[in-house]
Design a protein around this ligand. Structure first.
Ligand SMILES: C[S@@+](CC[C@H](N)C(=O)[O-])C[C@H]1O[C@@H](n2cnc3c(N)ncnc32)[C@H](O)[C@@H]1O
Length: 281
């Protein structure tokens, strides 16, 4: 599907999964649009700026940014999913935007000239990257001095079904920690400082809600198919039956009269490329 990118198996699975989801992605609810909007809002994008939207998907961030930078600015959105990029292109055309460009590219092997962008944003995608610290160091080079980077991380408590899945996986000797790397504000801050960014600012937001036990139990099947859970699929059929029973039991213990609290704490994290920054690559 993405022949020109030569993706590894994990990334090809991710690209295919999002291409399959692409035509419905914008109708899945307000979750991704709301996060993307807040990321753009907090970034305080100005007219004339050059903006890079990493893992742009259907262009939620890129299109809003293109409207803000105006005709003197420019926005580039990159993604590995052709389906998502097709949607992004269609939307940008419909919005009459000619200051936006979408490219099929892997966020981890991007190759822009140094100091190309005023703002680099990455919404709802960081966790899908293979080597986040290395990617951040690479993106640092693409920013102009004084430029802003913004992403959001999920807290280690976020998505109760993922938290329980991780707990059950560990019981079966499998390490699954979906949001370990961005799990706290300190971890988000460290990610940016280690990549050479300064002036770190973090805004925490709660996107959680109560979900039914039935829905939480059904998420098992979806989670098991996700490329990030591939290690779980190595369990034997008997182990998987036991793991599912453990998962259900853990969820049942969390039920309240409102359902199960599904925490979705998000850390909107921003940093700047300071002066005298040497490349950390
Ligand atoms: C949950 S969607 C988020 C899309 C968009 N940023 C948003 O806020 O709605 C995740 C996106 O990340 C893309 N993605 C995952 N890994 C990537 C990579 N290594 N390079 C570029 N895009 C990637 C997927 O193809 C998908 O479009």
């Amino acid at each position: 599907m993405n022949d020109s990118l030569n993706l590894d198996k994990f990334k090809q699975q991710i690209a295919d999964m999002y291409s399959q989801r692409s035509s419905n992605y914008d109708d899945e609810g307000d979750f991704h649009p709301s996060i993307a909007h807040h990321l753009v809002e907090y970034a305080n994008i100005q007219t004339g700026q050059k903006v890079l939207d990493i893992a742009t998907g259907t262009g939620l961030v890129a299109i809003e940014a293109a409207q803000l930078v105006g005709s003197n600015g420019r926005v580039v959105g990159v993604d590995i999913s052709t389906g998502m990029l097709d949607m992004a292109n269609t939307k940008a055309k419909a919005a009459g935007l000619d200051n936006i460009e979408f490219k099929l590219a892997d966020a981890e092997t991007l190759d822009f000239p140094d100091s190309s962008f005023d703002t680099i944003l990455c919404s709802s995608a960081l966790i899908l990257l293979t080597d986040i610290p290395k990617a951040l160091r690479r993106w640092h080079q693409f920013l102009k001095v004084g430029g802003l980077i913004g992403f959001h991380g999920f807290a280690e408590t976020a998505f109760i079904t993922g938290v329980i899945l991780g707990k059950v996986a560990r019981k079966h000797g499998i390490g699954l920690n979906f949001h370990g790397i961005t799990g706290t504000q300190e971890k988000c801050s460290t990610l940016l400082t280690d990549a050479g960014f300064t002036d770190i600012e973090i805004k925490s937001a709660q996107y959680g809600s109560y979900i039914s036990l039935e829905r939480a139990k059904n998420i098992w099947a979806i989670s098991l198919k996700h490329p990030l859970s591939s290690s779980l699929r190595q369990l034997s059929p008997e182990q998987l039956i036991q793991a599912k029973a453990d998962y259900d039991a853990e969820l049942e213990a969390l039920v309240t009269d409102k359902g199960i609290w599904d925490d979705v704490t998000i850390f909107f994290t921003f940093g700047r490329k300071g002066t005298n920054n040497k490349s950390l690559l």
